[in-house]
Every structure is written in structure tokens, then in C-alpha cells.
Design a protein around this ligand. Structure first.
Ligand SMILES: [Zn+2]
Ligand SMILES: [Zn+2]
Length: 1019
């Protein structure tokens, strides 16, 4: 039996960060998480696979989505599910390399090589070790419960070996090939980048580039004439080999001999006109024929259907070594390919004075040279959207390189089929995934870098490609270099040579490339769960670079069968083309199934006004700062409250609003605690007292909350959890407690018990969202020693729907009654004579409550008479739509010439007006205030006339309110009795002395002629 709840008094406002520090310490001290895991061991499995966080810097605000990972694991744990709780760190690839380069002040691949690959690898590993620790602390602070001693690290030898095994299978199926193609290339990183890495909107930026119009002089019988081309990449002109025209377009020659597309220059005068196909085959002098690189190149005009007539001149300069489409054209038309730049983006030998200059720094000499030779028609600048490196933000160029690819042709259909089995939340993202799968190209898996997955490709001179599938296979086939191989990384792996399985040659070397980092994260469903592993290996994932960082085991195949596929995964939407894609690719290839059954995906974080967050704009918020200043519960709440299909708005204003709203719940708990202390209420004791209809209603409402929240958790839809909780708290505080104050005052044990049950169920339901406050209050209300997370999930019971609907209608009437008062400008305390209610049939049995709540003497049910309907245009909505017709509609409305169409719609001056386009007010007859809720079909009319009796009563109620405020200000206990002295002028109020005594706990009320203001004294 747990110790009894302490019912400690609560401060008026919670200090979230302080509460959270206490709770973290409590969990640590009690080993709460371990106890929970132990309790659930052997329960039904809930398989969550963590998408690895890049251990490359402190976690940022956008990692606040880790809330979802924790929240749903907590929910499932409270329901008794057995879980793995394995956190993952992403550890190698460009991510880490670029940051280490920055930290070391290295600026090129040459500098990395001078620094030394072994040293560089050590620095990368140190960075990962450091930031995985930092991120662990941040995650704990956010409230994440994970098995922090057994994380997986994607740079472990085990993970690498599993990828090797995947690549070997891919090879066996004939999907692996070495491509020679034009690719997007980062000159700073010195590597090609893949379609899926680069596809994000954030990988483009507006850049200013030169805009040049250049003459290509024609030869032969067209001598003296020229083609005019347009380009924004001057550095590609020295590599020109052809000019493309649209075969169907019309081209014209100007007086000066320049040829352009007629459509582009409709106002020009042309002395000759030809269809594009007539230009095909013309020869011309290249713009840089004097350069050695251009020796022997024959320049000619080729046809191309894709020539744009929307920009430029309609004649396109073709440099197959510097553009993807250009390269494709070179294959079709058998054009020579000149590659002008090296891997750092500098011009190569053979390009004269330009040699050694970066591509983006040759504009001036190129322009100068063209001008001198009379080839420059015009020069300006252009701002356009341009791709930049996803990692280092350097503008990309195109280069022709040899890369390793996995063909997507055969797997595409299977991946689409696998995706058809997946349940996406929000559902529209399923189609996004389909779209991506339909459009994805072959997977470029090679990067010309250092600290990454070493591709296990060993091409032999005999023409055979050896692919190593495991460490064991490497050991078997190695002929040299194994002794220095402490981990499967460069440079050590590069010293290993193997024997060719085809010709027996014994010095075959690995290619130098490393792998795409998304292979690392994509394989984890296999590498962490022990796929095809015959025997469980303790510490088997703590291998290679991960040794010493984790204790993660390599389980056996039976374990994999138990936990694969994951029931659920969650990440940001951009992961559709990244992690969701790579893990699905690998799982479908290896096992033919999707690696996940359900996905929750969400949008990025913006500031509270909806702008992107940028340090330079001063609106970015660090995760640590948010946790320290607003508290983890509030951060989590903000992530949960908004729809994941919209960008998430985040900021301190939003946090303050959340805290303010949460106070209603806090104050409800505080209210309970106050009376429970006074009464010495014991939730363990046998129930006493009789339940009233209002109690049964709160029980029904509590059951409804549990049902709604459970349903929302099962759908992975947190906005509905929050909405259900807030609606419940409103009912609890603004109806149940408000209507029951006197009973608490009277020490009604039934009321205390019903309220206690409602509060504790609400705590359980909201605990996954805000674990800290929930735990803190649970320890106060239920048990000092037992965590809310060790309590069983509240039972989902039947709800008395009729009772819930009935009270909802009563609350609707009361809300309208208050609104009618507000219209009429009469304060809520002033008693009134009469209320007429139309339409709320089931509220009839609650007349007494309505009367009390609205302070009216009589409530009648019937027609609300003679209401005048006033309809005005809502200008911001209606103005833009109606434009010139607006005045006529406004006129008609003001004259009352309109027709009511029902459901809030109206017709006036021939226009149908939607509810959001009009402002509607109902005015009662003289002396009545009217309010209506069209949707609920309820209208109320309030008699606003006052008589002396009502006025006197109003004054009495004002006095009671004032005296109670004075009690609070004097710091009196709720149970203290007082004596009241009133000024002589208030003698009239003594007619109601009994009521004043009762409601202020006064033992006497008298007047004193000398007083100007009422006084109280403790009696
Ligand atoms: Zn880069
Ligand atoms: Zn061979």
C-alpha cells in the first residue's frame, strides 16, 4: 500500500523549470524508468525504431519533435507494452566532416589530406562522442526516457558490416553500377551530391550571376553572320562544343548578321527567317578556340526540343562537361566532352590564363576576352534561384564524374507496394512518399570523402568487381593490411588489399569512395536488431569507432523477428526523401517489406509570427534556452498542440499563453487540495455520501475524456489529446467546481471523491504530454511513492452520452445568457427578473442551475419574441470578393432587405453571403437583450429592466464580493469567522444580513455611523 497522498498546498503559479528539476531528481533516485521497464517486460511488444539524431552539435529547437518519440513510448508504457527504448546517433559522412573541418580551420580536401586522415578520423570520432553526450543530457532534460547506455552509433563496425552485406546483395541482383555522368558537385566539399540530399527547398537560394549575350561566328557560306547565345555561367564558355536550337521555332537574322529566335525579339527587324531545323548542322568558331583544350573541336548546331523560348535568345550554348542536359545531348549527338574544372572547382590546365582560378572568379577575364574579340553582344546580371550544397551552402556546379549507383528501376514498384501498406499521419504524406518514389532517380551512393562508410568495392584489373559483404569475408580474402585495421574507416581500410575471386590476383585495392550517410541510417532496422545473426553477441554493436561509447548488444535473429517491422516511426517531413526513403529502400531490398507500419511526420518550426528562425534575424530560440526559460512541459505542449501538417509556431508569447491556460487545471487541483486538507479527506477510505446528478455528470465527462484521449493517442494525433484535455478542464473548473463550491465548503465527501477521481484520471491522460507537472501533482494527490507512470492507464468505460449532452446544452444557455448581459452592458452580479430560452429542450430539467448561474428570478422556455436581426457586411472578408457590388449589398443589409437562408447564410442584393462574411446581431424588443447560437439552435432573451428590489440585491451581492476580497487580502483562512461593520449609508443592506453572514462567514453584521468604508475583523 503506497503512503497516503500528502495534499500539500500549492503555490498560486507553478515554477515549471523548478518542478522539472525536482521530478528529474526523483526519477533518478527512485529508478522510475527501470521499474517501468521491468514491470512491462514480457508484455505485448510495441516496436518503435528511433531515427538517429546527427551527433554533430547540440540538439536544436527543431529536435523538439523528440517529444513525440517520448510521448508515444510513455503512453504505450502506461498501457503495459514492452519496448526497446534504443536511441540512435548518426555519426559519419559530410555532416560531421564539414563541422570538423570548420573547427580545425581546414578549407579543402587537400588540407584534410595534409592534416592526415587518421588524425581527421580521430577528430570526427571525438566530435561525435562529445555531442552524443550533450544531446543525451538535453534529451533527458526534455523528459525523454531512453536506454541511454545502449544507444546505437551508425559508425560502428557492425552497422558498416550490415551495409556491406546490403551492397553485396544489391550487386548480386545486378542493381549496382558505376555511372559516368554529369552530377551536381560541391566545389568546397569536393564531392558529388545526390538527388535526395539536394531536393529540399532549403538547398536553393537567390543568387546574382552574370548574364552574357555572346556571338558564335558562323563559318563557310554563312561567314560574316553569327549565332547569339545567352549564358549565366561564363566559366563554361571555354568548354563549349555545340549550340542547340529548337527545330520547330522560327529564327531570324538581323541586319548585322546576328541570328536569334524571332519569338524572343518580336520587335526586331529580320532580313532572313528560317525554321530551326534549317540551322542544324551549321558550323561555327567556338568562343575560345585559341585555348589548347579546344584543339580539334568541331563546333556545330544541333537540334533540341527542350530549348527554352521563355528566356535567352532561343539558341543554347552546350558544354557537356558542365551541365546535366548538355551531357545527355553529348551522348545523343556524339559530341566531345570537355571538363573545364577540377574537383575544387578550379579551371584545369589547357584553359590558358584561366587555369587555377575558381569557376566563379573567371567572369572578368572571360568577358574581357570576348569584348576584345568583338564577341560580346551584352553583359548584365541576373538574380535567380540556384542550388547550394545542403551541408556547406556553397553554390554547386556540374561535373562529369564516375559515381556508384544503385538502380531504382526494379525496386521502385516494390517500394510503392510497400508504402501502400503504411499508415501515414497526417494521411496526405502517404502521397508525398508515393510521389517521391515515382520520381526518384537511381541512388548515387558514393562520396569522394573521408570519414564515412567505406564502400567495399574492389575492382580488379581483370575487369571483375569484388564486393566484400562482411568483416569475416574481408579477413578471409585480405592479402595485406589487416594488422592495422582497428576500425572499418579510412585510412586504415585503404591499406587492406584482397585477392580477386575471378583471376586470383592478390593486390586488389578498394575504391577510395565512402558511402552516402543515408545508407548508415537506413540499415538500422537490421544492424541493431540482429538480422540473420545466429547468436546473441553482448556488446556486439559497440564495435569499431563505437567501442567505448555504448554497450549495445548485437541480438540474434529471433530478436529481429520479434521487433521487425517497427510498429511506428516519426520524423520531420523532409525525411520522406531521406530516412523514410533510405530505410524503406534497404528493407524492401533485403526483406521485401516496409520497415515501418505507421509514420507520424510533422513540419518544420517557425517563430511565433510564422517567419523562419534565423540567428541573424534575432528570432531564433535555442532548445536549451527554451527548456530553461519555459520548461520542458511547455515545450512539449507547444509541439503537441498544433497540427503536424502545418509549420509549427514557437515562441515565448505562445509559451505564456499555454502557461496561462494550464493555470485553470493547476487552480482546480489547488482548490481540491485546499478542501481535502480542511476535511482530512482520504481517497483510500470507503466512499461516503450520495452522488448527485452533477457528480454523475463529472464521472461521465471523465469517462469521455479518457475515451477521447485514448482514441487520439491510438491515432498518434496529439492535437486531439490537448483539445480533449482543455475542454474537460473547462467543464471541470467552470462548471463542476463552480456549481459545487458550497458542497466543498460543507465538506461534502462525495464531491471531494468525484473531483479527486476526475483530477487523477486527467493527470494520467495528460502525463505523456507533460510528464513533469503530471508526476508532480500525482505525487501530491495520489501517492508520494508511486509514479503516475507506474499507474495503470485509466479504464476506457462507457460514457453516459445523454447526460453529457444535456449539461453541454445547459452550458450553452448559460454562455448565451452571459453574452446577452454583455451586449446590454449589465454586470454579471446584478440579479435580473427573467430569461426566455428558445430551443434548448433537454436543458429544461436544469432550470435551477440556469437561474443561479445567470442570477435571474425566472427561466421560461418558449419563443423569443420580436427580435430584430441586424446584419452588417464583414468588410475584410466580403470587400475583396464583392468589389464594386459591395455598396449595393451594404445598402440592402442596412435597410433590412435581406433573406435568411439558414445555417448563418443570407442573401442580399442578389448575392449569397457566407456566415464568415457577415456580422450578425439580434436585438430584442426594447428592454430585452438577445443572444443566439445558430449552430446549436439556441436563442435566449434576457429581461434587462431593473426595479428597486433587484437593485438592492445587486448592491448586496457587490458587498459580499467586496467582503470576500477583503478576507483574502487580510490573509484569513477559509474557515475563519469575521465581524463586519458597515457605514451608516449601507443600513438598507441589512435587510439581507443573513445572506451576507452566510456568504462571508460573518458572525455579526452591524453599521457604524463614523465609517466611510466597510470593515472586517477576525471574530
Ligand atoms: Zn559543400
Ligand atoms: Zn581479377
Amino acid at each position: 500500500m503506497p503512503t497516503r497522498a500528502p495534499f500539500a498546498a500549492l503555490p498560486h503559479v507553478p515554477d515549471h523549470p523548478a518542478v522539472e528539476r525536482d521530478v528529474l531528481e526523483l526519477w533518478e533516485r527512485e529508478g522510475t524508468f527501470d521499474r517501468l521497464r521491468k514491470r512491462n517486460r514480457g508484455g505485448p511488444p510495441f516496436s518503435f525504431m528511433d531515427g538517429p539524431i546527427t551527433a554533430n552539435g547540440p540538439a536544436g529547437l527543431h529536435h523538439g519533435g523528440r517529444t513525440f518519440k517520448d510521448l508515444f513510448q510513455r503512453y504505450k508504457a502506461m498501457r503495459g507494452f514492452d519496448q526497446r527504448y534504443q536511441n540512435g546517433f548518426d555519426c559519419q559522412g559530410l555532416w560531421v566532416e564539414v563541422e570538423v573541418e570548420k573547427a580545425l580551420g581546414l578549407n579543402s580536401k587537400r588540407e584534410i589530406e595534409e592534416y592526415g586522415l587518421a588524425e581527421f578520423a580521430a577528430r570526427c570520432k571525438e566530435r561525435v562522442a562529445h555531442f552524443s553526450e550533450v544531446q543525451t543530457e538535453q534529451s533527458k532534460r526534455l523528459g525523454m526516457w531512453m536506454d541511454w547506455d545502449n544507444d546505437y552509433y551508425t559508425f560502428s563496425d557492425t552497422n558498416i558490416e550490415y551495409i556491406w552485406g546490403f551492397l553485396k546483395q544489391v550487386r548480386e541482383r545486378g542493381w549496382l553500377y558505376k555511372g559516368h555522368r554529369s552530377t551536381q558537385w560541391c566545389p568546397r566539399c569536393g564531392t558529388s551530391l545526390s538527388q535526395h540530399e539536394q531536393a529540399g527547398e532549403e538547398n536553393y537560394t537567390e543568387l546574382e550571376h552574370p548574364s552574357l549575350y555572346v556571338r558564335f561566328r558562323l563559318r563557310g557560306e554563312r561567314e560574316g553572320q553569327a549565332l547569339v547565345v545567352w549564358t549565366t555561367t561564363p566559366w563554361t564558355l571555354p568548354a563549349n562544343v555545340a549550340a542547340a536550337v529548337s527545330p520547330d521555332a522560327e529564327y531570324g537574322r538581323r541586319e548585322d548578321g546576328d541570328w536569334v529566335a524571332v519569338e524572343r525579339f518580336p520587335n526586331d527587324t529580320f532580313v532572313e527567317r528560317l525554321r530551326g531545323d534549317a540551322l542544324v548542322g551549321w558550323r561555327y568558331d567556338g568562343p575560345f578556340d585559341h585555348l589548347p583544350a579546344q584543339e580539334g573541336i568541331e563546333h556545330r548546331v544541333i537540334p533540341w526540343d527542350e530549348v527554352s523560348l521563355a528566356e535567352g535568345t532561343g539558341i543554347v550554348h552546350i558544354a557537356p562537361g558542365s551541365g546535366a542536359e548538355d551531357f545527355e545531348l553529348s551522348r545523343v549527338h556524339d559530341l566531345p566532352v570537355l571538363m573545364p574544372i577540377d574537383e575544387s572547382g578550379r579551371l584545369l590546365p589547357g584553359y590558358g590564363d584561366l587555369e587555377g582560378r575558381p569557376a566563379d572568379a573567371v567572369e572578368e577575364p572571360v568577358v574581357e576576352s570576348l569584348r576584345e574579340r568583338g564577341l560580346l553582344v551584352g553583359a548584365g546580371t541576373l538574380v535567380h534561384r540556384y542550388p547550394i550544397c545542403w551541408r556547406c551552402k556553397t553554390p554547386l556546379v556540374f561535373r562529369i564524374v564516375d559515381d556508384w549507383f544503385i538502380s531504382a528501376t526494379e525496386i521502385r514498384g516494390q517500394m510503392l507496394e510497400a508504402n501502400a501498406t503504411v499508415e501515414w499521419t497526417p494521411p496526405q504524406y502517404k502521397k508525398r512518399m508515393d510521389d517521391w518514389l515515382r520520381n526518384m532517380g537511381d541512388w548515387n551512393i558514393s562520396r569522394k570523402r573521408y570519414f564515412g562508410l567505406p564502400l567495399p568495392f574492389y575492382p580488379c584489373d581483370c575487369g571483375h568487381l569484388n564486393v566484400i559483404g562482411s568483416r569475416g569475408e574481408l579477413d578471409e580474402r585480405a592479402t595485406r593490411g589487416l594488422e592495422g585495421l582497428t576500425e572499418l574507416h579510412r585510412p586504415w581500410i585503404d591499406d587492406v588489399t584482397i585477392r580477386c575471386e575471378s583471376c586470383g590476383r592478390d593486390d586488389v585495392r578498394r575504391v577510395v569512395e565512402v558511402g552516402d550517410a543515408w545508407l548508415d541510417a537506413g540499415i538500422v532496422h537490421f544492424s541493431t536488431l540482429g538480422w540473420k545473426n545466429p547468436e546473441w553477441v553482448p556488446g556486439g554493436n559497440a564495435t569499431g569507432a563505437a567501442a567505448g561509447l555504448t554497450g549495445a548488444d548485437l541480438p540474434d535473429h529471433a530478436h529481429w523477428e520479434k521487433w521487425f517491422p517497427a510498429e511506428w516511426v516519426t520524423e520531420m517531413r523532409e525525411q520522406i526523401r531521406l530516412w523514410f526513403y533510405s530505410q524503406s529502400f534497404m528493407a524492401v531490398a533485403l526483406d521485401g517489406r516496409s520497415p515501418y507500419r505507421k509514420v507520424l511526420t510533422y513540419e518544420k518550426v517557425l517563430d511565433e509570427t510564422g517567419r523562419e528562425m534565423h540567428k541573424s534575424w534575432g528570432n531564433s530560440i535555442e532548445l536549451n534556452e527554451a527548456l530553461d526559460r519555459m520548461g520542458a512541459d511547455i515545450v512539449r505542449w507547444i509541439f503537441c498542440e498544433q497540427s503536424p501538417s502545418q509549420p509549427l509556431r514557437f515562441g515565448y508569447g505562445i509559451a505564456d499563453d499555454v502557461k496561462r491556460r494550464l493555470l485553470t487545471f493547476w487552480h482546480s487541483v489547488a482548490f481540491f487540495v485546499t478542501y481535502a486538507r480542511i476535511e482530512g479527506f482520504d481517497p483510500e477510505a470507503e466512499a461516503e455520501g450520495e452522488l448527485r446528478p452533477l457528480d454523475r455528470w463529472l464521472e461521465a465527462r471523465t469517462a469521455q475524456l479518457v475515451r477521447e484521449a485514448t482514441d487520439a493517442y491510438e491515432r498518434y494525433w496529439t492535437p486531439s489529446v490537448i483539445a480533449a484535455f482543455e475542454a474537460f478542464v473547462d467543464d471541470l473548473s467552470n462548471w463542476y467546481i463552480r456549481r459545487s463550491r458550497r458542497r466543498f465548503w460543507d465538506g461534502d465527501r462525495a464531491a471531494l471523491r468525484v473531483l479527486w477521481e476526475a483530477l487523477t484520471a486527467a493527470l494520467q491522460v495528460i502525463a505523456p504530454v507533460m510528464p513533469f507537472v503530471a508526476e508532480h501533482l500525482w505525487r501530491n494527490l495520489v501517492s508520494e511513492e508511486q509514479s503516475v507512470f507506474l499507474s495503470p492507464w485509466p479504464e476506457v468505460a462507457d460514457v453516459d452520452e445523454a447526460l453529457v449532452a444535456e449539461v453541454a446544452e445547459v452550458r450553452a444557455v448559460v454562455t448565451l445568457g452571459r453574452r446577452a448581459r454583455d451586449f446590454a452592458g449589465i454586470k454579471h452580479r446584478q440579479p435580473l427578473r427573467r430569461l426566455v430560452v428558445q430551443g434548448a429542450a433537454v436543458a429544461r430539467s436544469h432550470v435551477d442551475e440556469i437561474r443561479e448561474e445567470l442570477r435571474v428570478k425566472e427561466v421560461e422556455f418558449g419563443e423569443v419574441e420580436a427580435t430584430e436581426l441586424l446584419v452588417k457586411p464583414h468588410l475584410p472578408a466580403l470587400g475583396p470578393r464583392l468589389g464594386r457590388d459591395l455598396p449595393a449589398v451594404r445598402e440592402a443589409l442596412s435597410r433590412g432587405e435581406f433573406e435568411e437562408l439558414g445555417n448563418g447564410r443570407f442573401r442580399a442584393a442578389g448575392h449569397e453571403l457566407a456566415p464568415e462574411e457577415v456580422l450578425v446581431e439580434r436585438r430584442g424588443r426594447e428592454g430585452w437583450a438577445v443572444a443566439a447560437d445558430a449552430e446549436a439552435g439556441v436563442t435566449v432573451a434576457l429581461d434587462t429592466s431593473l426595479d428597486p428590489e433587484l437593485e438592492l440585491e445587486g448592491r448586496v451581492l457587490d458587498l459580499i464580493h467586496r467582503l470576500n476580497s477583503m478576507r483574502r487580502e487580510a490573509g484569513l483562512e477559509l474557515t475563519d469567522r469575521i465581524a463586519v461593520t458597515l457605514p451608516a449609508g449601507a443600513a438598507e443592506l441589512l435587510q439581507h444580513a443573513d445572506r451576507i453572514k452566510e456568504e462571508t462567514l460573518a458572525v455579526e453584521v452591524r453599521t457604524d455611523g463614523d465609517l466611510a468604508e466597510p470593515q472586517i475583523a477576525k471574530a
